[in-house]
Design a protein around this ligand. Sequence first.
Ligand code: FE2
Length: 219
Amino acid sequence: MLFRQSDCLAVALGKRDKYTEVHCDRVEMLCLQLGVRCNLSASQLVRLRIAARLHDVGKIGIPDHILFKQGRLTPDELVVMRTHSVLGQDICNALPYKDAARVSRIIRHHHESFNGSGYPDGLSGDQIPFCSRIISLADSYDAMLTTRPYQRARSHCEVMDVMRQECGKKSDPSLFALFEQLVDASYSRLGIRARKGMLPAGISGITTRRRLPNDSSLS
Ligand SMILES: [Fe+2]
């Protein structure tokens, strides 16, 4: 049931901002692979997957002149843009699902940094929900591989260089080590060249968003 509800929100996000919907799809697949490598339980993987899919759903509430600005945001615009993580929490918290609060908390904290310099709450280290730390890694990786109005797309190697420099500052070092193994092994099939709907390596039993299992643990 939760998957169906999150599909509705994902479709709504896509109607507002197609780039963000597709970005969220890729981040979801990366998070799923990393979550499997972290030996998360089935219920944890479900929460991670939903939160990854909807991590930027709060952008629905960002004004057009900021969300679609063709250029770098001003400091004031950046403040508004950064409200998307809390807006996303508010939206997902309203889902009629017993784990909605846990999923929405993951979304709230997906832009926290390991050293406490992130937002909205400046959490650090283990204060940041584990699944939020996973999403942060996948989000950074995918975002840097993508051409945006304010940046050119970087290559996989360039992205990994940046992420190595951010390790321990933005990202959790132990999680980054696992992430590096994961993407180095499969980047030629993943990253920005990923085909939508492609199954991640090693988890062929898990389907993509449009073809979801009937899992009773989800309702
Ligand atoms: Fe975000």
